[in-house]
Design a protein around this ligand. Structure first.
Ligand SMILES: Cc1cc2nc3c(=O)[nH]c(=O)nc-3n(C[C@H](O)[C@H](O)[C@H](O)COP(=O)(O)OP(=O)(O)OC[C@H]3O[C@@H](n4cnc5c(N)ncnc54)[C@H](O)[C@@H]3O)c2cc1C
Length: 321
């Protein structure tokens, strides 16, 4: 029994749990994985995310890097976009946020979610008044309570492929390659502090299917390019894939005392596929709604990342409308 149960301990769930705990609620957080756990993600975070999380990079005790510009590549063109951004390692970051939340955390894979009177009951084992679905793309709360009201659009589904590994990198800049070899998306090179690196690529799943392609096919050309450019020389790649949804016209994000946050809704930005920021913001807003009774609305969460040149170009190119 808890006042609130949060399903999923990524940035959306841990942020929501943190604010609910700060307001004095008894919060139980269930995640199918034991933390620290791996999460496929380039680990790029904006200064706004740090502000929303009330975190100062200088005080964050784990791997943290700052870039003052992004290196954008498109065919033979390269542009440097002045923009202050950061990298973290999700393996560390998510565990840090979860511990900081102060919630009771239990490793448990949620299977069954139902409403019983004014309560929610999970797997006939856990009961609460408020339920927060923060389980990412495969969120069981979304599946059980919201799917019929709020179907996701396959046109906004991404397909990604990436790897993070220990690597003694020399180039400490963040590089992004757009539409390489016809990829309907972009590839990235993101160095991390303490000798790690994340390389990967992602695109719109529907467009890839339409082209008869698959992200794996772009991977080999991409790692060859990294080698050619002298950015990464590595021969032990084991990349993995994951899919998540970009922001659509989401109609229903709460119903009675059940709320959806982060990737469970599909909130990543439509240009840069940035999901951590919207996950954090939705976690904050859902917690505020639970604590104050204010309406929970996504109106204040942007569909696009920042207002930079890249966003403007990509808004047209990337979602293809
Ligand atoms: C390859 C890749 C690169 C990305 N790069 C970036 C980036 O650089 N910057 C950025 O801002 N965004 C990036 N994103 C998007 C970002 O990772 C997500 O949008 C973000 O993690 C969403 O946070 P979340 O808390 O909603 O979900 P998640 O972080 O996915 O957390 C969901 C949690 O729910 C748990 N869970 C799932 N099912 C159950 C269940 N049945 N029972 C209990 N627990 C369950 C999972 O174990 C997980 O811990 C990237 C995504 C991918 C795939």
């Amino acid at each position: 029994m808890a006042d609130a149960i949060v399903v999923g301990g990524g940035p959306a769930g841990s942020t929501c749990a943190w604010k609910l705990r700060s307001a004095g609620l008894d919060v139980l957080l269930l995640d199918r994985m034991a933390f620290p756990r791996s999460k496929l993600c380039a680990g790029w975070v904006t200064p706004e995310v740090m502000t929303d999380l009330e975190l100062d990079g200088d005080d964050y005790p784990l791997s943290f890097m700052t870039f003052n510009e992004l290196h954008l590549h498109w065919k033979a063109l390269t542009a440097k976009l002045k923009s202050r951004q950061h990298s973290i390692r999700r393996f560390e970051f998510d565990d840090f946020l979860l511990q900081r939340s102060g919630a009771r955390v239990l490793q448990h894979k949620v299977r069954d979610v139902r409403r019983q009177g004014s309560d929610y009951v999970i797997d006939a084992e856990f009961r609460c008044k408020y339920l927060v679905g923060a389980g990412g793309t495969a969120c069981p709360v979304y599946r059980a309570l919201f799917h019929a009201m709020n179907p996701r659009s396959s046109a906004l589904q991404t397909a990604t492929y990436e790897q993070e590994f220990a690597y003694n990198w020399e180039n400490g800049e963040c590089h992004l390659w757009f539409f390489d070899n016809g990829l309907p998306g972009y590839a990235w090179y993101v160095p991390k502090a303490n000798g790690y690196i994340n390389v990967g690529l992602g695109g719109m799943a529907d467009q890839l299917k339409h082209q008869g392609g698959h992200v794996q096919e772009y991977w080999h050309k991409f790692v060859e390019k990294l080698e050619r450019r002298g950015l990464v020389r590595y021969d032990d790649y084991h990349p993995t894939g994951y899919s998540y949804f970009l922001r659509g016209n989401v109609d229903v994000v709460s119903d009675n005392n059940a709320y959806l946050v982060g990737d469970s809704v599909g909130l990543a930005t439509r240009d840069m596929c940035e999901g951590i920021g919207p996950a954090v913001k939705s976690g904050l807003l859902a917690a505020r709604s639970i604590v104050t009774g204010e309406e929970y609305s996504l109106a204040g969460i942007g569909k696009f990342s920042g207002g930079g040149i890249a966003s403007k170009i990509l808004e047209r190119k990337f979602v293809g409308s």
